[in-house]
Design a protein around this ligand. Structure first.
Ligand code: MG
Length: 249
């Protein structure tokens, strides 16, 4: 017991001794600037510095030509339906504003009366910078390839879990996106994504090999450079969205 006490005393004197000798202080490692900005959150959970993209009063989406969307918009809910005969093939919707690094929140719902299977069941997608898709799909009792199910970074990263709720229920998506960093026409830091579905982590800072593609391997190209609109995909299925907000980082 006495030996133990002596050893403890030895180390205590040593550490106090070197502490005094080097004149270091806990204050040396305190950083006071910059001071983080105050962000308050309202009763709906929306941060005070968020840009509202979709609510019962605001709809910041347009079609690919900057014209009104071919989706319905009622009571704050935007819904895309399968294409009717003669309808244009591109019914994707885009934000008027362009974004780079961001925190994004949205809510989506796949309908109960959706009879398709695999990739034809509530398929849509959240495309950061118009190029990088994280999948929206009914993945409750609907099997498809793992890197194409709900929460997948399409054909690049399988989600870490499947927190999908049954069809007809509202679900949440929270995404942190970091845009690629370019030096001239070369990517020196890849794009990355972190995402939660219904509060469950599905992607943890995954680094993308390039824009998500249906066919072939991903690859960055010079034309991908810079901020671009957020896009929601039309995939010839019913899907609804509500409560979309974004924070620029
Ligand atoms: Mg999709």
């Amino acid at each position: 017991m006495k030996i133990k006490t002596n050893i403890a005393f030895f180390f205590l004197t040593c550490s106090v001794g070197s502490f005094a000798q080097n004149k270091i202080s806990p204050k040396d490692t305190e950083v006071w600037e910059p001071v983080p900005e105050i962000v308050s959150v309202n009763e709906k959970g929306i941060p005070s510095d968020a840009i509202i993209l979709l609510s019962d009063k605001v709809n910041e989406f347009v079609n690919h030509q900057g014209e009104p969307i071919a989706w319905t918009y009622e009571d704050g809910i935007m819904t895309v339906a399968p294409r009717k005969k003669g309808e244009p093939k591109n019914k994707n919707v885009y934000t008027k504003q362009k974004f780079g690094d961001c925190q994004l929140h949205l809510e989506f719902r796949t309908p109960i009366d959706n009879e398709g299977v695999a990739q034809r069941n509530g398929n849509s997608g959240v495309f950061l910078q118009t190029l990088y898709e994280i999948q929206v799909l009914n993945s409750h009792k609907n099997v498809t390839y793992s890197n194409g199910q709900l929460g997948a970074i399409y054909k690049q990263s399988i989600p870490m879990a499947n927190p999908a709720k049954p069809m007809g229920e509202w679900q949440t998506y929270d995404i942190v996106f970091t845009a690629p960093v370019w030096e001239g026409n070369k990517v020196v830091k890849k794009a990355s994504m972190t995402a939660f579905i219904n509060g469950v982590l599905v992607q943890n800072h995954f680094e993308l090999g390039g824009p998500t593609t249906f066919v072939g391997k991903p690859k960055y190209a010079a034309k991908d450079h810079g901020k671009k609109p957020l896009m929601l995909q039309e995939h010839n299925n019913y899907v609804s969205y509500r409560n979309i907000w974004i924070r620029e980082l």
